[in-house]
Write a protein that binds this ligand. Sequence first.
Ligand code: AMP
Length: 208
Amino acid sequence: MILVLLGAPGAGKGTLAAEMCSSFKLKHISTGDMLRQNMREETALGIKARSFVDAGKLVPDALIIEMVRERISMPDCKEGCLLDGFPRTAAQAEALGAIAHVDMVLYLEVETDALVKRISGRRVCEGCGAVYHISWHDGDVCPKCGAKLLVRDDDKPETVLRRIEVYNQNTEPLIGYYREKGLLRTVDGSGTPEEVFAAVRGIMEKRV
Ligand code: AMP
C-alpha cells in the first residue's frame, strides 16, 4: 500500500506520519528527512541539495525522483509506505504514478496563520529526528533519546514564508490532481495531534 501525505509546511505531516507508521504497517518515507540526512553526511546529493533546502526552495525534480525511486524499491517498503513531503510538484506526481500504484492521498488541511505559528514553535531532535512543539514540550532535550532539540535552519522566520509560497505555487495544485483521480481524503489538521490521528484512523479503518 502506498499512501501520500499532502499538506503545507507545518501542517503536521511528520507528527501524523510517525503515529500512523507505528499503528499501521507502513514505512515512513520523508523526503525532507532523507535530504537532511544526506546534508549531515555531506553526500553528493546532500551537497547539491543544501542550497535549495536552506533557501526554502524545492530541490530539483530529477534528484528527488531518483532518490524516491531507489528508496521505495527497498525491501522494507514491501508492506507499504507512507510518503511524507513527496510528491511536491506535478512532475513528481506523474513520476510517482509511473513508479508505483498510489492507494490513497491524505490531505492535511490547515490555515496559513496557524502554519506560521506552528513552524515558529517547532523543535526537532538532532539525534532521532522526533518533532516537538514548544506549546506541549518546552524543554531543550529530547524525552525519547536525550539529544538536543534544535530549530531547523529552514524553520527560521525569513525562510518560512518562502516555503509556504513555494507550497501554494507548486504543491497545492496536487490537491485537485488527486481529487480528480478519486484518491484524495481531506483531514482537518487544525486540531491536536491526537484529534488528527483519530480522524485518520477512522479513514484508514473504513478502507479495510
Ligand atoms: P520538509 O521536511 O518536508 O519540510 O522538507 C524540507 C525541505 O526539503 C523543503 O523545503 C525542500 O527544500 C526539500 N524537499 C523535501 N521534499 C522535497 C520534494 N519532494 N521536492 C523538492 N524538494 C523537497
